[in-house]
Design a protein. Structure first.
Length: 83
C-alpha cells in the first residue's frame, strides 16, 4: 500500500522497548517507524483506549480511502464497498 506506520506515545522508553520486543516475539514482526505521509501532513488519527482491541481492517480501509481521495478526488463513505 506504499504506506508506513507512525506510532506516537507518551509511555516510557522501557515500555516502548517491551512493546517492540513483545510484537517481535509473539507475531514475528520487526517494528520500524518512519514519520508522516509524503505531504508532511497528518490526515488521520485513531485513538484506542488500552482496553479496546485494534482493528487492522479499519486501518486498511482508512489508508485505502485516503489513497483513493488523493488519486481520484472522491468521497469514501465507510460502507461503500460492502454489498
Amino acid at each position: 500500500m506504499n504506506t508506513e506506520l507512525l506510532g506516537l506515545s507518551n509511555d516510557s522508553v522501557y515500555s516502548h522497548i517491551s512493546w517492540v520486543r513483545n510484537v517481535e516475539e509473539k507475531m514475528g514482526v520487526k517494528i520500524t517507524f518512519p514519520v508522516i505521509d509524503d505531504q508532511q501532513i497528518m490526515r488521520a488519527m485513531i485513538y484506542y483506549p488500552l482496553t479496546t482491541g485494534r482493528n487492522i481492517d479499519e486501518i486498511i480501509r482508512l489508508v485505502t480511502a485516503l489513497q483513493t481521495t488523493n488519486q481520484h478526488g472522491l468521497a469514501t463513505p465507510a460502507k461503500r464497498h460492502e454489498g
